[in-house]
Design a protein around this ligand. Structure first.
Ligand SMILES: Cc1cc2nc3c(=O)[nH]c(=O)nc-3n(C[C@H](O)[C@H](O)[C@H](O)COP(=O)(O)OP(=O)(O)OC[C@H]3O[C@@H](n4cnc5c(N)ncnc54)[C@H](O)[C@@H]3O)c2cc1C
Length: 313
């Protein structure tokens, strides 16, 4: 990777204290939510959206539950964001347990509802531990889904990328080939799986460039405040949880406020390193809670923009 003068200056500043002094606030952010199951969860989600909207996100996205289990709820949530806010809304869509026609019908419904951005994924098998099996009339992987979506309408499309390699890939080269197929099929950018080492992301970004993949790779940031839950997710998606993470949260089980402070510190420090390495778009896995992501954005120099808040209201 070649490093520009501006990046070297940034790296020098990152080594000085205080780490977060006077950042320009020149980065963009996006926020990921999951569709709520209950009225209470719906209220929590909308509080989170209202808190984060004034930061002027580039887009917000809503996940699609394993096996298409949240199909209606994902649609309802994305459609409501598109209807009631000015934030561009993206719908996640997977290939699991559905025929091509069924999936493309869902995409047509999104287009009709004014949704222009899809996060196109293969999805995980509905039952943990099984191998992914394509539906007999379905899309075999995310690359095929991207091509299918492009045949429906000129969607903006994001796909998934794996700084620490997807567990189904035989090796890093195969994983990169797969990412290239998704971009060549028409995806605009890749959003990464979460990770806890800025160096792992930089190595991946270099490998992507060396593989001739000319697309934006947006790091996915998971602010962790519950290590046990994160370990469960990480096991399924090939992300490594460093041993220091356990040690940092040791003894904090009954101290939620301290846990939040530790969580914000870890994630903000990693984002600061990514920023020093030239990253200017961060995608936050919010788990429908605003405060941690808001605090990290604030440390990165973002401030509420009254125009964005008004548009989002
Ligand atoms: C940003 C982000 C958002 C996500 N959102 C959701 C969500 O909303 N709902 C959900 O269920 N899951 C979601 N996931 C998880 C995702 O569905 C899983 O990680 C899934 O196992 C892989 O999906 P993919 O789109 O990366 O698959 P693909 O890109 O299709 O690849 C999956 C694996 O199969 C291999 N592969 C694919 N095609 C071939 C081929 N032709 N030959 C050989 N190998 C091949 C690839 O190398 C890779 O290892 C998300 C992941 C990320 C990073």
């Amino acid at each position: 990777m070649s490093v520009s003068i501006a990046q070297m200056e940034e790296a020098r500043r990152a080594l000085d204290a205080p780490l977060f002094a006077d950042l320009a606030g020149d980065c963009q952010v996006s926020f990921e939510f999951f569709p709520p199951k209950t009225e209470k969860m719906e209220e929590t989600l909308w509080n989170a959206i209202e808190t984060l909207a004034p930061l002027g996100p580039r887009f917000v996205s809503v996940t699609y539950g394993a096996g298409g289990s949240t199909r209606e709820r994902t649609h309802a949530t994305v459609a409501r964001i598109a209807r009631e806010t000015a934030i561009p809304a993206a719908a996640h869509l997977t290939c699991v347990d559905a025929s091509r026609d069924e999936i493309l019908d869902v995409a047509r419904e999104y287009w009709a509802a004014g949704v222009r951005h899809i996060v196109a994924l293969r999805g995980d098998p509905p039952r943990e531990g099984e191998k992914f099996q394509a539906h007999p009339d379905g899309f075999e992987n995310a690359a095929a889904l991207v091509a299918g979506l492009k045949s429906v309408a000129p969607f903006e499309i994001s796909v998934a990328a794996y700084p620490e390699c997807h567990p189904d890939s035989t090796d890093v080269a195969a994983d990169l080939d797969n990412l290239k197929r998704k971009i060549d099929a028409g995806a605009n950018r890749a959003i990464s799986q979460f990770f806890f080492s800025a160096d792992a992301f930089f190595r991946f970004r270099d490998a992507v460039e060396a593989a001739g993949i000319d697309a934006e790779i947006v790091p996915g940031i998971l602010p962790v405040s519950n290590v046990a839950q994160t370990r469960k997710f990480a096991g399924m998606c090939g992300a490594a949880i460093p041993a220091w993470m356990d040690r940092l949260f040791e003894g904090l089980d009954d101290r939620p406020a301290a846990r939040q402070l530790v969580a914000a510190t870890i994630a903000a420090e990693m984002c600061r390193k990514l920023y020093a390495g030239g990253v200017r778009h961060f995608h936050f896995y919010t788990l429908n809670r605003a405060e941690l992501s808001y605090a990290i954005c604030h440390l990165l120099g973002l401030r509420p923009n009254p125009a964005a808040a008004e548009k989002a209201a």
